[in-house]
Design a protein around this ligand. Structure first.
Ligand code: C2E
Ligand code: CA
Ligand code: CA
Length: 414
């Protein structure tokens, strides 16, 4: 967790820091004014005034020296004191290119101060601060290199889409699949989304990944769909695909996705776009418009990881949602906590009243499956039915599904 900078109040005439004191941070002037008294380059004393919005003592952010000026409040003032640690913590959220540029400028600033300081104590940056900033620069360089690897991996076609089965709980029919991205990294092997999705989101590469996922899914899904139609499983499949907040920020997202899929022969009505509640909370209005456009194009819209963290249900009435995917934590608590089953039942009723299809995620045991079946949950997904697998393995699974289902279900499909 981030530490908070400290707010400090100074009465007019009070000394904030003295020249020659060890510097421990910089100050942002929030109100009032500060007089800075120091020796000018010509050896004569000089005073400058700093006002609301100015930062004083900022050399302390790039070197561990002593103050080269005395700061006194010229009137009552309020200051926010922050250290290099605060800066380093906040830097983690910044684009790595901006981080590198900052570290480069900070280092140059400190070197220039050292050169012009002429050997005064204030001009002696310590190894500690240089170490902090060079570690920060290394993190930024690693991030930039990872971003480059993602983009190069996309060009080399290293990102694949795996498919996980989704089952109609009352009949055991294979109802659909969820498309989940994997990175076949040339050196690190098969990488899972946890290794790259959140980074791709923070560096902006996620939209390219989503496009690639749609493109690959567009090629694979008609083949799976045809196999399902030929198999004893019968009937059509749907496919769920995850989208991120940056995707929904693109005004033309709905039209672009529909065009990509229509070119591939996929009907948007067979596609469920999965969005998490956290995305909707971050920019509800903009998301609402894009999601309405997606619905107009025929896509179904599923709330992924439903119930995982946000308590506001307002958006259910405002957005064109068709599906809820119950977070897998509910499945874990279904048989172990008294409230677990009650919460699932309440969500199933809510889904029914709002005309939404509910999928329970994370079904791992026959006991969980039986309980959900008794509650009337419509769709289920989880390791009990199988993990995400390659297109070829999914084709084999579709062909064998009725047999597989009879083998692992205590009550076979009617
Ligand atoms: P998700 O959308 O909630 O996907 C379900 C995740 O739960 C998958 O992990 C799946 O393998 C895992 N899972 C399925 N059944 C079970 C089970 O019974 N027990 C447990 N413990 N886990 C189960 P995966 O494939 O590692 O994906 C993780 C997350 O990464 C996904 O969570 C999704 O949020 C994100 N993701 C995956 N592919 C993409 C993508 O192409 N784009 C975006 N934006 N996000 C993606
Ligand atoms: Ca999902
Ligand atoms: Ca989920």
């Amino acid at each position: 967790m981030r530490s908070s900078p400290e707010r400090l109040l100074f009465a007019a005439g009070q000394v904030i820091y003295q020249a020659g004191e060890q510097a421990d941070g910089a100050y942002l002037v929030l109100s009032g004014g500060v007089a800075l008294a120091s020796m000018g380059p010509d050896g004569r004393p000089r005073t400058v005034l700093r006002r609301c919005g100015d930062i004083i003592g900022d050399l302390a952010l790039v070197e561990d020296g002593v103050r080269d000026a005395t700061a006194t409040s010229s009137e009552d003032c309020e200051l926010l004191m922050f250290s290099s640690l605060h800066l380093v913590e906040r830097m983690a959220d910044v684009d790595p290119l901006v981080q590198l540029a900052f570290v480069s400028m900070a280092t140059r600033y400190s070197e220039t101060a050292e050169r012009w300081g002429g050997g005064t104590p204030a001009a002696a940056p310590t190894a500690r601060m240089r170490t902090v900033w060079s570690a920060q620069a290394q993190v930024a360089r690693d991030l930039l290199s990872f971003e480059h690897q993602i983009r190069a991996g996309l060009e080399r076609g290293e990102f694949e889409v795996f498919f996980q089965p989704i089952v109609q709980i009352d009949t055991g029919r294979l109802a659909g699949v969820e498309a989940l991205t994997r990175w076949r990294h040339p050196r690190r092997g098969l990488l899972m989304p946890v290794d790259f999705i959140s980074f791709a989101e923070s560096c902006g590469a996620i939209s390219a990944l989503t496009n690639e996922g749609m493109r690959r899914m567009g090629t694979a899904f008609p083949i799976l769909q045809a196999a399902a139609a030929r198999s004893a499983n019968g009937g059509p499949l749907f496919v769920g695909i995850n989208v991120s907040s940056l995707d929904l920020e693109q005004e033309c997202f709905a039209a672009m996705m529909a065009a990509t899929l229509c070119d591939a022969g996929v009907d948007p009505a067979d596609v469920k776009l999965e969005v998490t509640e956290s995305i909707l909370m971050a920019d509800a209005e903009r998301c609402a418009q894009t999601l309405r456009n997606c619905r107009d194009q025929g896509f179904a819209i599923a709330i992924d990881d439903f119930g995982a963290g946000y308590s506001s249900l307002n958006y259910l009435g405002m957005l064109p949602i068709t599906d809820l995917k119950l977070d897998r934590s509910f499945c874990r608590s279904l048989l172990t906590e008294a409230a677990g089953a009650k919460i699932i039942e309440a969500i199933l009723h809510l889904g029914q009243d709002l005309g939404l299809t509910v999928t329970a995620e994370g079904i791992e045991t026959v006991e969980q499956f039986d309980r959900l079946k008794g509650m009337g949950c419509r769709l289920g997904q989880g390791y009990l039915f199988g993990p995400a697998i390659t297109q070829d393995d999914m084709l084999a699974l579709i062909a064998d599904w009725p047999t597989l289902w009879r083998n692992f279900s205590p009550r076979p499909a009617a």
